[in-house]
Design a protein around this ligand. Structure first.
Ligand code: G1P
Length: 215
């Protein structure tokens, strides 16, 4: 990307990209087969070096003043435990998410007793959903290695999380878009363009919608 930007003389964009890539060593690994989120996380073990780490699922996009992962890191550092972002969702959607079983939700963060992956509505212990932001202590890798694949053959991250001695939940501030399907992805793009009225896409999207809807 840097090469292409340089070749086409887009120096301001090149500067922006370089600023980002200099902040971190970026490694990219493609999961060969659909063996589940748990297996995908296992690919990261060699890069993590026995330290706590953050996991962000790209199909949950959260707009917030303070990045949700920073909110989780704060709690993880305070308690020295794994922490997961939880959000109260409509009960009819519980079967699309990992769901937390908690005693109560008093306080900024609270202990989670158990998790269940994509339960039927009548079996769900709550409507508190895992929304794709986690901070894990490195023990999670031992549990990922120890669990059996789920009936569909996938290694479920949630099954490994159930085996952690301690894990806390925290509601994070922010506006979340679940962009794993086309209508929601499209809505998120339109909303984001319209929310940034100083952004380069604001006028294009506003004009297009106005013209199309007027017809
Ligand atoms: C994954 C997790 C699930 C979590 C969800 C958030 O499921 O397994 O626990 O609630 O992400 O989007 P997936 O959406 O990959 O099926």
């Amino acid at each position: 990307m840097e090469h292409e930007l340089e070749k086409s003389g887009k120096y301001d964009r090149l500067e922006r990209v370089r600023g980002i890539t200099e902040l971190a060593d970026i490694h990219y690994i493609r999961q060969q087969d659909r063996n589940g989120l748990g297996e995908a996380v296992m690919y990261a073990e060699d890069h993590i070096g026995g330290e706590p780490f953050a996991l962000l699922l790209g199909d949950n996009f959260i707009q917030s003043e303070t990045p949700p992962i920073a909110q989780l890191i704060e709690t993880a550092e305070e308690y020295g435990e794994s922490v997961v972002a939880l959000e109260e969702i409509p009960w009819e959607n519980v079967s699309s998410y990992g769901i937390a079983d908690v005693e109560d939700t008093a306080g900024e963060s609270y202990p989670v007793r158990d998790f269940v992956e994509k339960p039927a509505r009548e079996d769900a212990p709550s409507n508190l959903a895992i929304v794709g932001r986690y901070v894990f202590t490195p023990e999670i890798f031992d549990h990922l290695r120890a669990i059996e694949p789920a009936p569909d053959g996938e290694i479920e991250l949630t099954d490994a999380m159930r085996r952690l001695d301690r894990v806390r939940g925290r509601a994070v501030d922010g506006d979340r878009f679940h962009i794993g399907n086309v209508p929601d992805w499209l809505e998120a793009n339109i909303q984001m363009a319209l929310r940034h009225d100083d952004g380069e896409l604001f006028e294009t999207v506003r004009q297009t919608l106005r013209e199309e809807l007027e017809d």
